[in-house]
Design a protein around this ligand. Structure first.
Ligand code: UDP
Length: 233
């Protein structure tokens, strides 16, 4: 399969394939945090995130959520539908953690019911600032109807994933989603869902089983990703 690199991000590479409607998404072992200030490699992360994301995308598809996922094609690669990414990262929170604690003074660990949905502008240059619906519309990043669809999908995905993880002894604290427009302009879920993009706490012990282990040098990073992989399999 001839492939040309068309985009390289911090944790993934995207290649063209001989099918103009499909891309190859490759997961890397590279890990970055704090807007690229902290960098390292986590052994086997690419493979683990590819497997975990594939399982989660398959589960969401079965539950009626349209995603870019087609199939896993190798250890670190999945075939995905070509989309143009909507430049807003969507964060959904069930429990206060991370920037909610740091920037807004929430107490870590308190339940958020209903969940909080936030949008962040996808821009390394500007440091991914928090922004509102009105900013998204004014910047022409998405239309009102698309924003409504994105919010609706996000709440549905949250309900599905909360149950999915709970039945595996994991508390879904928060997660980040990215959406794109497919060849027909339809909004579908894209990117990845993995311990890089979710906060996942062990239900019994509260142990962090996600990228926070890397961010805050908590140790056993690879083991935590492996633990998630085993529980979702
Ligand atoms: N997140 C992400 N990519 C980002 C920023 C956040 O995947 O560029 C995820 C992060 O892993 C967490 C959730 O979104 O699961 C909320 O992150 P938060 O806003 O608390 O930011 P952080 O604490 O990572 O600065």
């Amino acid at each position: 399969m001839p492939k040309n690199l068309i985009y390289e991000g911090k944790a993934k590479r995207l290649y063209t394939t001989d099918n103009t409607e499909e891309f190859l998404q490759e997961f890397k072992d590279d890990a970055t945090a704090f807007n690229g200030l902290k960098k390292d490699k986590i052994p086997h992360k690419g493979e683990l995130n590819n497997q975990i994301s594939s399982i989660i995308f398959e589960h969401l598809s079965k539950e009626g959520i349209p995603t870019h996922f087609i199939r896993r094609v190798s250890g670190t690669e999945m075939l995905v539908k070509k989309v143009s990414i909507i430049k807003a990262e969507v964060v959904c929170r069930n429990v206060a953690a991370g920037s909610l604690v740091k920037k807004l003074g929430f107490t870590e660990g308190i339940e958020l019911d209903p969940p909080i949905v936030e949008f962040y502008l996808k821009s390394d240059e500007l440091g991914d600032p928090l922004f509102t619906d009105d900013h998204i519309l004014a910047l022409g990043i998405a239309m009102r109807e698309e924003l409504d669809i994105i919010r609706d999908f996000t709440f549905r995905i949250n309900d599905i994933l909360k149950k999915f993880f709970l039945s595996r002894g994991i508390r879904l604290v928060d997660f980040k989603l990215e959406f794109g427009r497919d060849m027909n302009g339809k909004v579908i879920l894209a990117d990845e869902i993995s311990p890089d993009t979710c906060r996942l706490w062990d239900l019994a012990t509260g142990k962090k089983l996600d990228k926070d282990r890397f961010r805050f040098d908590l140790g056993d990073v690879e083991a935590a990703y492996k633990e998630i992989m085993e529980r979702v399999s």
